[in-house]
Design a protein around this ligand. Structure first.
Ligand code: NAD
Length: 479
């Protein structure tokens, strides 16, 4: 069985901790690998290595830093099948989607490399004679990236590519539930001659390693993708040194379906948003609001479509739409939420239980719920699984108000063929992203940023890259 080590200052080291983290294949519940449990000392060593490497990395012309990012993209593409299988096995992502994640991650490195010649400052007119005001964009220093288990490889790239191209060095903490693909990448990094200390990987618990990385005075920016609870802990730890945070947290995305919507398009989009990675996606539709006059037809068709979703082993079931949930704790949480919704009066139209054909793995059936109330747990809290509550609305104003009635603000969508409805919704929805007549899924050149408890700052595109830059202003007076 493979044993992974921490990757610090260009070398793989076994942590001094005696315990190891066991990684399971969620479909089989078998241990597939171990990794040494990172410690606070490992976190601090990685930060010191990143700090020592940063001035020389910043001094490299950006185009040379970009060359390393292209090498990373290439090494990922050369190993795409192996990496996709590793990803599929450690977190039950169906192999087709795992392959997409690997390929998009390679594209992400290339895309960010493209910023090398486009990181620009400004020259501003001064009020004084013989003075120029120069606005420079400079790296912050050491960036810490804390990753979730759901899209571990892609989210790692979001943090690594944007921080390195801008001249920062980086320490990544993978999730203990899915570190394997990231640690395989660390092995490839060793072979591309990246200067020592520029990129480090420390795996361990959030409350120890994550906390130490967030609290350290060396850290210039902490970018965390994860739950609201972890975001709150990171903000508290960052308060010690007033360290910049960029937080991409949970969501409770509404999808609004108007009577004039293309119904098949709406149903296909909502189902694909919910079934992709078994609904364990931050941006996916978590609740649907359907206009009264088409509600019955919509629910009938949606139920039929969800009943046709195929479930299988992530790696071997190559045509499956979805697979197991990531862990027993995810399965328990989703089961409890559906049972509680039932107690509150919800009706289960399809699913609502574990599928009978599997005697191991953390599988849960695609589920449609109706008869939920707006203030119920299932409508207010993030499920993060293949469970979709459907509600009715009479006016678009009412649908927008119910959509906004949440402490989250990540993504949302509207399905309508009417320009006025679309404009009203895109303006009225209080979310960082609104999708019009399409499934919930963002682009690498966009800006993925949550409002309210879904986060601060954001990732992707020009604005995501700029998260890793300080603005420095120089007032240059001459005689
Ligand atoms: P999680 O919060 O349990 O863990 C995320 C990371 O935070 C892990 O690496 C964990 O070890 C670390 N962590 C936990 N406590 C910490 C602490 N005190 N200090 C520092 N680090 C700490 O989240 P998860 O279960 O891995 O992921 C699922 C959550 O992530 C969902 O809520 C989902 O919506 C969210 N998510 C958001 C986005 C986005 O872009 N907005 C993307 C993916 C996932």
């Amino acid at each position: 069985m493979k044993h992974y080590k921490q990757y610090i200052n260009g070398a793989f080291i076994d942590s001094k901790a005696t315990s190891v983290i066991e990684i399971l294949n969620p479909c089989t519940e078998e241990v597939i690998s171990t990794i040494s449990t990172g410690t606070v000392e490992d976190a601090n060593n990685a930060l010191e290595a990143a700090q020592a490497a940063q001035p020389a990395w910043e001094a490299l012309p950006a185009i040379q830093r970009a060359a390393f990012l292209h090498k990373m993209a290439n090494v990922i593409r050369e190993n795409r099948v192996f990496l996709a299988e590793t990803l599929s096995k450690e977190q039950a992502k169906v192999i087709g989607l795992a392959q997409v994640e690997i390929d998009v991650t390679a594209d992400y490195f290339d895309y960010n490399a493209g910023w090398a010649r486009r990181i620009e400052g400004e020259i501003i007119q001064s009020d004084r004679e013989k003075e120029h005001i120069y606005l420079h964009k400079v790296p912050i220093g050491v960036a810490v990236g804390i990753c979730p288990w759901n899209f571990p490889f892609f989210v790692m790239a979001r943090k690594v590519a944007a921080s390195l191209i801008t001249g920062n060095t980086c320490v990544i903490k993978p999730s203990s539930e899915a570190p394997n693909t990231i640690m395989e990448f660390a092995d490839f990094i060793q072979k591309i001659d990246l200067p020592r200390g520029v990129l480090n990987f420390v795996c361990g618990a959030g409350r120890t390693v994550g906390n130490a990385l967030s609290k350290s005075p060396i850290t210039g920016i902490i970018s965390l993708t994860g739950s609201v609870g972890a975001g709150q802990k990171v903000i508290t730890a960052a308060a010690d040194n007033i360290t910049k945070v960029s937080l991409e947290l949970g969501g409770k995305a509404p999808a609004i379906v108007c009577a004039d919507a293309n119904l098949d398009l709406a149903i296909n989009s909502v189902v694909s948003s919910k079934v992709i990675f078994s609904g364990q996606v931050c941006n996916c539709a978590e609740r649907v609001y359907v206009e009264d006059s088409i509600y019955d037809e919509f629910v009938d068709k949606l139920t039929k479509k969800m009943s046709q979703v195929t479930i299988d082993d992530a790696l071997t079931g190559i045509n499956a739409d979805m697979s197991s949930l990531v862990s027993q704790s995810q399965l328990d949480k989703i089961t409890e939420m559906v049972e509680y919704a039932k107690k509150e009066g919800a009706e289960v139209l399809v699913g609502g239980k574990r599928p009978e054909q599997f005697n191991r793995g953390y599988y849960y059936e695609p589920t449609i719920l109706t008869n939920c109330s707006q203030d119920s747990q299932i409508i207010q809290e993030e499920v993060f699984g293949p469970v979709l509550p459907v509600m009715k609305f009479n006016t678009l104003d009412e649908a927008i108000a119910m959509s906004n009635d949440t402490e989250f603000g990540l993504t949302s969508s509207i399905f309508s063929e009417n320009f006025n409805n679309i404009m009203k919704a895109t303006n009225g929805l209080h979310f960082g992203e609104t999708y019009v007549n399409r499934e919930h899924f963002e682009a690498i050149q966009g800006f993925h940023a949550g409002w309210k408890k879904s986060g601060v700052g954001g990732a992707d595109g020009k604005h995501g890259m700029e998260e890793y830059l300080h603005t420095k202003v120089i007032y240059a007076k001459y005689y």
